[in-house]
Design a protein around this ligand. Structure first.
Ligand SMILES: *[C@@H]1O[C@H](CO)[C@@H](O)[C@H](O)[C@H]1NC(C)=O
Ligand SMILES: *[C@@H]1O[C@H](CO)[C@@H](O)[C@H](O)[C@H]1NC(C)=O
Ligand SMILES: *[C@@H]1O[C@H](CO)[C@@H](O)[C@H](O)[C@H]1NC(C)=O
Ligand SMILES: *[C@@H]1O[C@H](CO)[C@@H](O)[C@H](O)[C@H]1NC(C)=O
Ligand SMILES: *[C@@H]1O[C@H](CO)[C@@H](O)[C@H](O)[C@H]1NC(C)=O
Ligand SMILES: *[C@@H]1O[C@H](CO)[C@@H](O)[C@H](O)[C@H]1NC(C)=O
Ligand SMILES: *[C@@H]1O[C@H](CO)[C@@H](O)[C@H](O)[C@H]1NC(C)=O
Ligand SMILES: *[C@@H]1O[C@H](CO)[C@@H](O)[C@H](O)[C@H]1NC(C)=O
Ligand SMILES: *[C@@H]1O[C@H](CO)[C@@H](O)[C@H](O)[C@H]1NC(C)=O
Length: 670
C-alpha cells in the first residue's frame, strides 16, 4: 500500500484521539422494562408449538435406563501427574476457568450485547459476570460466523449510533444478512470488557475481491479492532468454514484448498501491509468445520498453511457440530432418534479424537487450538434436544474432553431466535417487552466448567472414566480428575442415566489421603435428561423461559461429604453431575467472588426492571472510568484499558461531521 494511505490512517487515529479527549459522556444503560412478569409459555407441547425455536417447549422421551443398574464404583485417584500417566491416562496442558465461552453471530451482536457502547444489555452482562466470578478471568467471546463473510463492511458510523445494520435479511437459518458494522461495535466490546473482563475473537470478511479492493476496508477494520480492544483482542478470524464456500455459493465450483491457502495469504498480507497492526501475531484460522474430503484441518496443515503462517497466527481454529438439522436432500433427522447419541461419554470422545494429532502439532509450535464455534447441531439444533438437561451434561463432558485433548478454548454458538441451541436468548423484539431472557440448558455447562477449573490458571485435566470391565455402565459414568500443581484438587462425576426412582443412582467412592476428613460437592441437577428449564447448579437456577435476568436465584448449596479412612462416598444421582472439591482451597478457588461486580442489580426475577448498579459498573476492575492516561494499547501493554476511556459520541460527532455516514475507508482515498 502507498505511504499516503498509511499517513492518512495515522492522521485519522490522531484526530480521533483529540476528538475523544475533547468530550465526555454520561453513562446510559439498557434498563429493561418495568412491567415484565415471570410467565412460562410452555403450554403448547405435543408438536403443536408454532412460535420461535428458541422458546420451543417441546420435550423428548428420555432413553430407558440400562439394566441391570450399576450402583457403585470405586475410583482410585492418582495422587499426582506421574500417577495419572502410570495409570495409562494423559494429563492436559494447563487450562483456565473460562475454557468454555460463547460464539456470537455478528448479525445478532446488537440484540444480544447491546445497541451501542453506552446501551448494553444487562442480562448479557450478568451471564458473563457469572463466569468471571468463578473463573477469575472474564469470558471468551467470539463475534463472527456466517454473517462476518462476503459483504460485511466496516463503517465509521451508522444512524443513531448503532453498532450494526442488516442490509438484507433472508429466511434460511444459515442464510445470514449482509452487515454494515461500525466502530461503535468495537467500543461496545471494549465496554463489555471493562465490566466483565471479556476477551474477544473478531471475524473479518474473507472476500477475494477485498484483496484487490483499493479502499482496504478489511485492513482498517483489523487496525481499529486492535486499537480499541488492545490485549483483549485475542485474534482476528480470517475466513469462516472455507470448506463450505463452494456449497454455500461463496466461491465458484472448483475452488478448493490451494485457492484457500493463497487467498488466506493474500488477505493477511493485505491486512499487514495496508493496516497498522501493533501486534502482527494477529490471526486465527482456518475454521474448517465439516469433514469435507480433502479440506480437513489435516489437509490444510499438509498444504503447508500452518508452517507458512505460524508467525502471524495467534491460534488455530476449527468449528464443529456433531450433527445437523439442515434437511439436506430431504434428509430429515428426527431429534428423538438421536437423543441417546448425546447421552453417553462415547460422544464426547468421538467429537474430540479426530483433533488430537492437530492439537499436538499446534502445541509444539507454541500456539493455541481453539474450537471457535460448536454446539449440538448445525442449522439451528433440534427442538427438545439442543435445549435439554441431557445436553447440558453432554456439553460439560465434551468441553472437559476438549480440554483434556489440549484445546485451549471452546465457544458455544449463539444464534438468533430461530435456533434451538442458544445458551441464552433475549426476548423477541417483535413481541411485547413484558418478556425477558430465556436461559438454554447448555449455559449451565459454562458454570460447571468455570468451577471445575477455577481461578488458578494451572488446572490440568485427566479423563479417568472407567472401562467397561470396571463398570458395565461406564459410558454413562464419565469421570474427570483436575490436578493443580501436581495434586488432585477436584473430581467431576457424571451420571447420564434418566431414572428418578433412585435405582440408577451411583455411589462413587473416591480414595484420597487418609488425612482427608471431608470433601465438598456441588451438583448440576434436574429430574430428567428431557427437562428444559427446571435445572439447578448448586441449588441455584436461572429459571424458566422469558424469566431470566442472567443471575442465579436460590440458595447456593454445597454438600459436605464425610470421609472415613480416606474413602469418600459421593452420591451421583441419575441424572446429574457432581463436582467434588477435594480441598477447601479448591472450593475457595472456584467460589463466585463476592464483590460488587456480581450485582448488576435488577428487581425480582421475571418481574425485572433491569437497573444497573451504576457504582458497580464504574468501579469494576478497580478502575475509574474518568482516569484518562496515555500509553500504547497493544497486547501486553499495561494501559490496554485506555481506549475504553475514549468517548464514542465525541468521536462520532467529529467523524460524521467530516464524512457523514460513509464507509470509513473512503476517507483514506480523499
Ligand atoms: C401432550 O401429551 C401428553 C402426554 O402424551 C398429555 O398428557 C397432554 O395433555 C398433551 N398436551 C396437550 C396440550 O395436548
Ligand atoms: C496434552 O498435552 C500434554 C502436554 O504436552 C501431553 O502430555 C498430553 O499427552 C496431551 N494430551 C493428549 C490427549 O494428547
Ligand atoms: C465480496 O464483496 C463484494 C463487494 O462488497 C460483493 O459484491 C461480493 O458479493 C462479495 N463476494 C463474496 C464471495 O461474498
Ligand atoms: C452412545 O453414544 C454414541 C455416540 O454418540 C452412539 O453412537 C451410541 O449409540 C450411544 N450408545 C447408546 C447405548 O445409546
Ligand atoms: C489467570 O490469567 C488471567 C489472564 O487471563 C489473569 O488475569 C489472572 O491474574 C491469572 N490468575 C492467576 C492466579 O495467575
Ligand atoms: C435450595 O434453594 C431453595 C430456593 O431458594 C431453598 O428454599 C432451599 O432451602 C435450598 N436448599 C438447600 C439445601 O440449600
Ligand atoms: C490514573 O492512572 C494513573 C496511572 O495508572 C495513576 O497514577 C493515577 O493515580 C490515576 N488517577 C486517578 C485519579 O485514579
Ligand atoms: C462506554 O464507552 C464510551 C465511549 O467509548 C464511554 O464514554 C463510556 O464511559 C463507556 N461506558 C462504560 C460503562 O464503560
Ligand atoms: C452499507 O453497505 C452498503 C453496501 O452493502 C453501502 O452501500 C451503504 O452505504 C452502507 N451504509 C452505511 C450507512 O454506510
Amino acid at each position: 500500500m502507498t505511504r499516503t494511505n498509511m499517513m492518512n490512517l495515522s492522521t485519522l487515529f490522531a484526530s480521533i484521539s483529540i476528538l475523544a479527549v475533547a468530550s465526555s459522556q454520561s453513562l446510559t444503560l439498557y434498563t429493561g422494562d418495568q412491567t415484565a412478569t415471570a410467565t412460562s409459555t410452555a403450554s403448547a407441547a405435543n408438536g403443536t408449538y408454532t412460535g420461535l425455536a428458541a422458546y420451543d417447549p417441546t420435550t423428548l422421551t428420555p432413553p430407558t435406563p440400562p439394566s441391570p443398574a450399576v450402583t457403585s464404583y470405586t475410583l482410585t485417584l492418582p495422587t499426582n501427574a506421574q500417577g495419572v500417566i502410570d495409570g495409562g491416562h494423559q494429563l492436559s496442558i494447563s487450562q483456565k476457568g473460562n475454557f468454555l465461552g460463547f460464539s456470537v453471530e455478528l448479525s445478532i451482536a446488537n440484540s444480544l450485547m447491546g445497541a451501542s457502547s453506552t446501551n448494553m444489555k444487562v442480562p448479557f452482562l450478568n451471564y458473563m459476570a457469572n463466569i468471571q466470578n468463578r473463573a477469575g478471568s472474564g469470558p471468551i467471546i467470539r463475534v463472527g460466523g456466517n454473517s462476518q463473510e462476503g459483504s460485511s463492511i466496516f463503517v465509521g458510523g451508522l444512524e443513531d449510533g448503532a453498532i450494526l445494520d442488516k442490509i438484507k435479511v433472508s429466511s434460511g437459518v444459515t442464510d445470514t444478512p449482509l452487515i454494515n458494522y461500525s466502530l461503535e461495535l468495537f467500543y461496545l466490546m471494549a465496554n463489555i470488557t471493562s465490566l466483565v473482563g471479556a476477551d474477544w475473537y473478531f471475524g473479518l470478511s474473507f472476500n477475494e475481491s477485498a484483496v484487490d479492493d483499493p479502499t482496504g476496508n478489511v485492513p482498517i477494520a483489523a487496525t481499529w479492532a486492535q486499537e480499541i480492544l488492545g490485549e483483549h483482542l485475542l485474534a482476528l478470524s480470517v475466513g469462516n468454514e472455507p470448506d463450505l464456500y463452494v456449497d454455500h455459493n461463496k466461491r465458484e465450483s472448483g475452488w478448493g484448498l490451494s485457492n484457500y491457502v493463497s487467498e488466506f495469504d493474500a488477505m493477511t498480507q493485505s491486512i499487514l501491509t495496508q493496516g497498522q497492526l501493533t501486534d502482527t501475531t494477529a490471526f486465527i484460522g482456518p475454521s474448517t468445520c465439516c469433514q469435507v474430503v480433502g479440506f480437513e484441518l489435516d489437509d490444510v496443515f499438509n498444504a503447508g498453511w500452518f508452517e507458512s503462517n505460524v508467525n502471524n497466527l495467534a491460534a488455530v481454529s476449527v468449528q464443529h457440530y456433531p450433527t445437523n438439522n439442515c434437511k439436506i436432500n430431504g434428509n430429515v433427522i428426527n431429534a428423538q432418534d438421536i437423543f441417546a447419541d448425546f447421552l453417553n461419554h462415547t460422544s464426547a470422545q468421538a467429537q474430540v479424537s479426530p483433533y488430537l494429532g492437530n492439537a499436538a502439532t499446534v502445541q509444539s509450535a507454541q500456539r493455541e487450538l481453539v474450537m471457535l464455534e460448536t454446539n449440538t447441531a448445525s442449522c439451528g439444533g433440534f427442538p427438545g434436544l439442543s435445549d435439554s438437561f441431557g445436553v447440558a451434561l453432554w456439553m460439560t463432558d465434551y468441553a472437559l474432553q476438549m480440554a483434556w485433548g489440549n484445546f485451549t478454548t471452546a465457544l458455544m454458538h449463539v444464534g438468533g431466535q430461530n435456533v434451538y441451541y442458544n445458551p441464552f436468548t433475549p426476548p423477541p423484539s417483535t413481541e411485547s417487552a413484558s418478556k425477558q431472557w430465556t436461559t438454554g440448558s447448555i449455559y449451565y455447562s459454562t458454570l460447571v466448567i468455570a468451577e471445575a477449573f477455577g481461578k488458578s490458571n494451572v488446572s490440568k485435566v485427566a479423563d479417568l472414566t472407567p472401562t467397561s470391565d470396571q463398570d458395565a455402565n461406564s459410558i454413562y459414568h464419565s469421570i474427570y480428575g483436575i490436578y493443580e500443581n501436581d495434586a488432585p484438587t477436584r473430581v467431576v462425576l457424571f451420571n447420564y442415566i434418566d431414572d428418578n426412582t433412585g435405582a440408577s443412582d451411583l455411589q462413587t467412592t473416591i480414595t484420597v489421603d487418609s488425612s482427608v476428613t471431608s470433601v465438598s460437592v456441588r451438583y448440576l441437577r434436574a429430574t430428567s435428561v428431557s427437562e428444559q428449564y427446571d435445572i439447578t447448579w448448586a441449588n441455584q437456577t436461572l429459571g424458566t423461559s422469558f424469566a431470566s435476568d442472567g443471575r442465579l436465584y436460590g440458595t447456593q448449596d454445597t454438600t459436605t461429604i464425610t470421609c472415613s479412612n480416606g474413602n469418600c462416598i459421593i452420591p451421583v444421582p441419575a441424572p446429574s453431575i457432581a463436582l467434588v472439591f477435594l480441598t477447601s482451597d479448591a472450593l475457595t478457588n472456584s467460589n463466585p467472588t463476592d464483590d460488587a461486580k456480581t450485582e448488576y442489580e435488577t428487581s425480582i426475577v421475571g418481574t425485572g426492571s433491569a437497573t444497573v448498579n451504576k457504582q458497580a459498573l464504574e468501579t469494576s476492575n478497580g478502575q475509574s472510568v474518568s482516569n484518562l492516561t496515555g500509553g500504547g494499547t497493544s497486547k501486553g501493554s499495561a494501559s490496554s484499558a485506555e481506549p475504553l476511556l475514549l468517548s464514542t459520541s465525541g468521536f462520532k460527532n467529529g467523524l460524521i461531521s467530516i464524512i457523514g455516514i460513509t464507509i470509513i475507508s473512503s476517507l483514506l482515498l480523499l
